[in-house]
Write a protein that binds this ligand. Structure first.
Ligand SMILES: Nc1ncnc2c1ncn2[C@@H]1O[C@H](COP(=O)(O)OP(=O)(O)O)[C@@H](O)[C@H]1O
Ligand SMILES: [Mg+2]
Length: 245
């Protein structure tokens, strides 16, 4: 079985994805190029969420408990998933695909449907804690790879979006001649042709800070900098990139 994925290219697609995040009482995952706006969307489309940066060394229990130093002693306190499920706030797992398999297995129960959901952990006193969040609790996830790189049963717990282009609002403060370039290049499937949105933003910010166009372009775009400050050359570069998508 392959997991369905909805491609996101236009502002209309972005609206649909945001509405899904706001309204759908289920888990939502977004994949796509770095810096295209996945995390920003989850953090700003809805009310509060609890973000967690996943990494290879993260243990299942790190999602539920953290150790803090307080008044001269170490204490165990609830962590991300424990707080999200206790307070019924969506949990945002950033880069879900970086968790090792053992830790991913906890996400199976975190992302189960309410009727079959049992979120439990053992606290530092050896007591079993069972959390019963309401409907506002869900799992959001970003992933560097599509659902095919995750265990099928885990991937199947999410509605998937593949973000292929940034939304117009993320390009609003770019110079006119750079907007189409950013739209086409930021989500380009070929990493060698891709130019991150952060590069474009760096160029814009550095110029606002008083650096010259040439300096800002070198910092933002490296050896290809000249193509980016000349509208005509940039349009040519974009045409070539668009035709190889
Ligand atoms: N819709 C947006 N409007 C304005 N800025 C945005 C928008 N989306 C993303 N950004 C900017 O781009 C940066 C990278 O976006 P982010 O969501 O972290 O990327 P991703 O999670 O896809 O790697 C953010 O820190 C933010 O400054
Ligand atoms: Mg992110």
């Amino acid at each position: 079985m392959s997991i369905p994925v909805f491609p996101v290219n236009t502002d209309e697609d972005w609206d649909f994805m945001r509405r899904t995040v706001r309204t759908h009482k289920g888990n939502v995952a977004a994949t796509g190029a770095p810096s295209i706006g996945k995390s920003f969307m989850f953090l700003h489309s809805n009310g509060p969420v609890i973000p967690v940066q996943c990494h290879e060394g993260m243990l299942a229990q790190d999602l539920f408990m953290a150790r803090v130093f307080e008044n001269g002693t170490m204490r165990t306190v609830p962590a991300f998933a424990g707080i999200a499920a206790r307070d019924s706030v969506p949990l945002l797992l950033q880069e879900l695909d970086r968790l090792m398999e053992e830790s991913q297995s906890v996400v199976y129960s975190l992302a189960d449907e309410p009727k079959s959901r049992r979120i439990t952990y053992t606290d530092s006193n050896g007591e079993l804690v069972e959390l019963k969040p309401n409907d506002d609790y869900r799992v959001f996830a970003t992933s560097n790879h599509g659902p095919d790189r995750l265990p099928e049963a885990l991937a199947d717990r999410f509605v998937w979006f593949d973000v292929q282009a940034p939304p117009s609002e993320a390009l609003a403060d770019f110079p006119e001649h750079m907007r189409e370039a950013a739209r086409v290049l930021a989500g380009h499937p070929d990493p060698l042709q891709r130019v991150s949105l952060r590069s474009f933003r760096r160029y814009v910010n550095m110029q606002a800070e008083g650096f010259t166009a040439e300096e800002s372009a070198k910092a933002g775009f490296g050896s290809r900098w000249e193509s980016f400050i000349d509208a005509e050359r940039l349009a040519g570069l974009v045409d070539t990139a668009a035709s190889s998508r």
